[in-house]
Design a protein around this ligand. Structure first.
Ligand code: PGA
Length: 267
C-alpha cells in the first residue's frame, strides 16, 4: 500500500506542477482612474516574476489605455472582464475583442456569474463570446458555477458539465487548448464563504475527468482556476490541491498587498 500511495502522490504532484498557476484579479466595476493607476503601479512594481505562476488583472475597460502603458516591460498580464461576440457593428455600448487587441489584452473572462445572473448571459451567448475571444487571439477564461440550491440538491457536477458542454458543442474540445476554466460557486462569490479545499478539489477533479473523457491531453493541460472569496488566508490550501491551477479573485484583488500575498502563495 505504502509505495503505491507514495507513487500516486508523486504523480499528482508532477501533474499539478506541469501546469502553471494563474492568479487573476477581477476588479469588477471598481476604481476611479487615479485609484486604478495607483493599484496597478503598486502591483507592477512589487510582484516577483515566477516561472511557476503568472499574475493577471482584469480591469474596467476604461483603464486599459493607462494600464497597458504602465505595464510595458512587465510580465503582468491584462485581461478583460467581458467582450461582445461580434467584432464590430451596431451594438451600442458594447466592446469587442478586436478593439482590445491594441491594448495588450491577452485574456478575457466569459460567462462570469454576475453577467449570467444580471445581464441575461445564457450558455449560447457565452459560447459565442468564447469563440470571439479565440478568433481574436485572446484566451477565454470560461467561468462556471452552481447556486447553493443546486449544490444542496446534488446537481453541482451535472450543472457545471452542462455549462462546459454548451461551449464544447460550439467550438470543439480542441479549442480548450487555448482556454482556461474558472470554477466559481455562486454561493462563494463575494460572500466571504469559500469552498473548502476538499470541496473545490472534488469539483475540479470531476471537471478534469469530464474533459479527459473527450481528450486526455487537453484535460491534462487545462488550467482550472478556483474563484469565490479566495483571500490571503485561504489561498495556500486551495492552491495546494492537485487540480487547482490558480485563482480568480474579486474583493481581495483590490487590496494590492492581499493580492500579492495570494500570488506569492501560488509559488
Ligand atoms: P470574490 O469574487 O473573490 O470577491 O468572491 C470572485 C469573482 O467574482 O471572480
Amino acid at each position: 500500500m505504502r509505495p503505491f500511495a507514495h507513487g500516486t502522490n508523486r504523480l499528482l504532484f508532477l501533474m499539478n506542477h506541469s501546469r502553471k498557476q494563474l492568479i487573476v484579479g477581477n476588479w469588477k466595476m471598481n476604481c476611479s482612474r487615479s485609484e486604478a493607476i495607483r493599484l496597478a503601479s503598486h502591483i507592477i512594481a512589487t510582484f516577483n516574476p515566477s516561472i511557476n505562476s503568472e499574475i493577471m488583472i482584469c480591469v474596467p475597460n476604461i483603464h486599459f489605455a493607462d494600464i497597458s502603458r504602465l505595464k510595458t516591460n512587465s510580465t503582468l498580464l491584462l485581461g478583460a472582464q467581458n467582450i461582445h461576440w461580434h467584432d464590430d457593428g451596431a451594438f451600442t455600448g458594447e466592446l469587442s475583442a478586436k478593439m482590445l487587441a491594441d491594448y495588450q489584452i491577452s485574456y478575457t473572462l466569459v460567462g462570469h456569474s454576475e453577467r449570467r445572473q444580471m445581464f441575461d448571459e445564457n450558455n449560447q451567448k457565452v459560447a459565442l463570446k468564447f469563440e470571439a475571444a479565440l478568433r481574436n487571439d485572446m484566451t477565454p477564461i470560461l467561468c462556471i458555477g452552481e447556486t447553493l440550491e443546486q449544490r444542496e440538491k446534488g446537481e453541482t457536477i451535472s450543472f457545471l458539465i452542462s455549462q462546459c458542454e454548451a461551449v464544447v458543442n460550439k467550438v470543439g474540445i480542441k479549442a480548450f487548448a487555448n482556454a482556461c476554466l474558472a470554477y466559481e460557486p455562486i454561493w462563494a462569490v463575494g460572500t466571504g464563504q469559500t469552498a473548502t479545499p476538499e470541496q473545490a478539489q472534488q469539483v475540479h477533479h470531476a471537471l478534469r475527468a469530464w474533459f479527459a473523457e473527450q481528450d486526455k491531453q487537453i484535460a491534462e493541460k487545462l488550467q482550472i482556476l478556483y474563484g469565490g472569496s479566495m483571500n490571503a488566508g485561504n489561498a495556500k490550501n486551495l492552491l495546494a490541491q492537485a487540480d487547482i491551477d490558480g485563482g480568480l479573485i474579486g474583493g481581495a484583488s483590490l487590496v494590492a498587498d492581499d493580492f500579492l500575498n495570494i500570488y506569492s502563495a501560488a509559488g
